[in-house]
Design a binder for this molecule. Structure first.
Ligand SMILES: [Mg+2]
Length: 214
């Protein structure tokens, strides 16, 4: 028995914090965003850090729900193309990530039964590097990165474009992510089943929740 209904065909995964957890990589991504803010405004790194932090706090609905870095940079008037370029130049997932046998086994199992997708605020190039390092770059039919709609999650319009691109009724999707207000709230509003991942162990529960354990 599936906890999400019987109609599910498409699993849409967030990437960072969902398929892997790495504080060092998260810190590098944040540093890249800070340097972008600092360079674009002629500020020191410390001043850039302050500007970015203040903007994130201002945009946050609650103190725990900080908006994504991509969205914050956009709100600060920065071009998302520059955000992606900063990530490509300053983030080195090769230093931190390696193949995750549990994740590889899980996704290979799931992909036999479902179409798997990535929906991320990361750029296409860096997303591909991360997926390759984790050993799962061949598991996904499509990567919906920031370049897909140039509208960072959470975004109702970008979500509609993604759903139309994949095709299918709301109940044929399952959205999986680590941040409810970024990854799951918009799909849930449309009646799409969602699954929150808080630890790596949560992901491994997916087959039993989908009712497909052997
Ligand atoms: Mg995430």
């Amino acid at each position: 028995m599936s906890a999400f209904g019987k109609e599910i065909r498409s699993l849409v995964f967030d990437l960072d914090g969902t398929l892997y957890n790495c504080q060092e990589l998260g810190a590098q991504i944040e540093e890249a965003a800070i340097s972008l803010v600092a360079n674009s405004r002629g500020l020191s790194m410390e001043q850039g850090r302050r500007v970015l932090q203040d903007a994130r706090s201002l945009l946050a609905e609650t103190p725990d729900d900080l908006p994504p870095l991509s969205k914050t940079c956009q709100e600060l008037g920065l071009d998302l193309r520059d955000f992606i370029r900063a990530l490509e130049e300053k983030v080195y997932p090769e230093r931190f990530l390696q193949p995750d046998p549990n994740l590889v086994a899980l996704l290979r199992f799931l992909r036999e039964r479902y179409d798997l997708y990535i929906y991320t605020n990361n750029g296409f190039f860096l997303s591909g590097r991360i997926l390759a390092l984790l050993g799962v770059d061949d598991c996904f039919r499509q990567i919906y990165s920031l370049e897909f709609a140039w509208r960072p999650k959470p975004d109702a319009e970008a979500l509609q474009l993604l759903l139309a691109d994949i095709g299918g009724l709301p109940e044929s999707f399952l959205f999986i992510g680590d941040r409810y207000h970024v990854d799951l709230r918009e799909p849930e509003k449309l009646g799409i089943p969602v699954f929150a991942v808080h630890t790596a162990v949560d992901l491994l529960r997916l087959p039993s929740l989908l009712g497909i354990t052997s």
